[in-house]
Write a protein that binds this ligand. Structure first.
Ligand code: SF4
Length: 256
């Protein structure tokens, strides 16, 4: 892919969970992980993919020139109000760091508030390039046992940890988000590791949410089957949330 083009699957308007205010969220295509619970299977591969859904055929993935994307996003400007703006999500937006940097830089020149939701399993230089143009970083926290992380998600935890530190030290990391499932992220061991991890980053609030199966139709449209997680009781999330608060960590349970 050329530097000045971004491969994306969707531009979603009127989003309320992807940073402050009302936002337009851009879903980029391609991810460095393969989380079993992923609800965006169309964003895993970096190349366009054919799909068939309810008898309708199409392609997941469209290349946008950076200036074309900025122009498209600016059409939503009136909806953003005082504190809204644009959020980049995925997949892993930082895998397309060159083009992303161009878009973010232009948005900042135009006075647009920018956010990113990232899993941070990318080379450090990808993050360094875009950092100056990000106002609000949302970082996913998943499996914190290095061996399990490598085996289940396919990512090296040491890279992730370095990137989290870099993001935090920049003052632009504003929120941690934990997708909770009993099998991997909400085990007793991981809950303990999460608590230790959050203590390393004072003043970054934490959102917990139960993973869901809303991506099922998209898996089917690609001829694949979605992994089925065991049910998460809301009460266990609330209980863990209280435990975090008792440790001085700002936390809340959200529904996505
Ligand atoms: S990091 Fe996000 S997009 Fe990538 S596999 Fe995991 S849940 Fe899916």
């Amino acid at each position: 892919m050329t530097q000045n083009r971004l491969m994306i699957t969707n531009i979603q308007r009127m989003c309320f969970h992807d940073g402050p205010g009302i936002r337009t969220t851009v879903f980029t295509k391609g991810c460095s992980l393969h989380c079993p619970w992923c609800s965006n299977p169309e964003n895993l591969s970096a190349v366009p993919e054919h799909y068939e859904r309810d008898g309708i055929q199409g392609t997941y993935g469209q290349e946008y020139k950076t200036e074309e994307l900025v122009k498209t996003l600016l059409k939503d400007r009136d909806f953003w109000g005082e504190d809204g703006g644009v959020t980049f999500s995925g997949g892993e937006a930082l895998l397309q760091a060159g083009a992303l940097e161009e878009v973010l830089k232009r948005l900042k020149e135009l006075g647009v508030h920018t956010a990113i939701e990232t899993a941070l399993f990318v080379p450090e230089e990808n993050l360094r390039g875009v950092l100056p143009y990000i106002d609000y970083g949302i970082v996913d926290v998943k499996v914190l046992n290095p061996a399990v992380c490598k085996e289940v998600l396919g990512g090296k935890l040491e890279f992730y940890r370095k990137n989290v530190r870099l993001f935090y030290d920049s003052g632009r990391l504003k929120l941690f988000r934990v997708p909770c499932c009993r099998e991997y992220t909400f085990t007793e061991e991981n809950k303990r590791l999460l608590k230790e991890f959050f203590r390393e980053y004072p003043n970054v609030p934490v959102q917990l949410f139960a993973i869901h199966s809303l991506g099922e139709k998209k898996y089917r449209s690609l001829g694949r089957t979605m992994w089925k997680a065991g049910e998460m009781e809301q009460e266990s999330l609330e209980k863990y949330c209280r435990e975090l608060k008792e440790c001085g960590i700002e936390a809340e349970v959200i529904r996505i």
